[in-house]
Design a protein around this ligand. Structure first.
Ligand code: AP5
Ligand code: MG
Ligand code: ZN
Length: 214
């Protein structure tokens, strides 16, 4: 099962993708997480990506596509995967279709997590990420058991560099311009599934499992 997660920044793609990966036993591939890991490790790719990410801009397609195609060719993706944050442009979607076709596969579901812009800014301000394992929390909606400490690994929590309000606004604009057209793209392909992302995390997940099957 190949699933892609669509939705604005902060819509809950990562939150739901992790739950999908755990339930259906498929890898969670987040291009944002891959870039953040590269930034943390000081790689060339990380240095290049950071200049775009800090401004709320998309990293150029040519830096993203090969990375994802390589990842899809790995053994653990044979039975499926959930892609989170990719594709984000029409050329990326076309490159994905082409790569999967050459493997005799296709995207099965494009799940669009719908959240209006007004809700997004509050969500992002409360988001905290673990410096150790990358787990995501929210001060109000998904708090840790102990304040400021990751439930999974005990690491410290930080606000992501690109979650400052002015960068969030920029990311929303970029989303509407460059990523929203993918909704039509997948509607035309007949695989678009819309879910209401304003509900509680568990309710959103229930809607998604209703689509993907038990
Ligand atoms: P990326 O890391 O993908 O960021 P994004 O798309 O902006 O999305 P987020 O990760 O911010 O949000 P999310 O939808 O995953 O929400 P989350 O589950 O965390 O990309 C970052 C940057 O990398 C991009 O700006 C770009 O520069 C670059 N990049 C990445 N991929 C690229 C690509 N393919 N091409 C080019 N550039 C690329 O939830 C948000 C918060 O809300 C959390 O605190 C969570 O706990 C909480 N929450 C979640 N669900 C709910 C709910 N139902 N109710 C209440 N709170 C909730
Ligand atoms: Mg995310
Ligand atoms: Zn952690």
């Amino acid at each position: 099962m190949k699933v892609i997660m669509l939705g604005a920044p902060g819509a809950g793609k990562g939150t739901q993708a992790k739950k999908i990966a755990a339930k259906y036993q498929i890898p969670h591939i987040s291009t944002g997480d891959i870039f953040r890991a590269n930034i943390k490790n000081g790689t060339e790719l990380g240095k290049k990506a950071k200049t775009y990410m800090d401004q709320g801009l998309l990293v150029p397609d040519e830096l993203v596509v090969d990375l994802v195609v390589d990842r899809l060719n790995q053994e653990d993706c044979k039975n499926g995967c959930v892609l989170d944050g990719f594709p984000r442009t029409i050329p990326q979607a076309e490159a994905l279709d082409k790569a999967l076709k050459s493997l005799g596969q296709k995207v099965d579901y494009a799940v669009n997590v719908e959240v209006p812009d007004e809700n997004i800014v509050t969500r992002m301000g409360g988001r905290r990420a673990c410096v150790g394992c990358g787990a995501t929390y929210h001060l109000v909606y998904a708090p840790t058991k102990e304040e400021g400490i990751c439930d999974t690994c005990g690491g410290g929590l930080i606000l992501r560099d690109d979650d400052k309000p002015e960068t969030v606004t920029k990311r929303l604009n970029v989303y509407h311009e460059q990523t929203q057209p993918l909704i039509d793209y997948y509607a035309q392909a007949g695989i678009l599934k819309e879910v209401d992302g304003t509900k509680d995390i568990e309710d959103v997940f229930r809607e998604i499992t209703g689509i993907l099957g038990e």
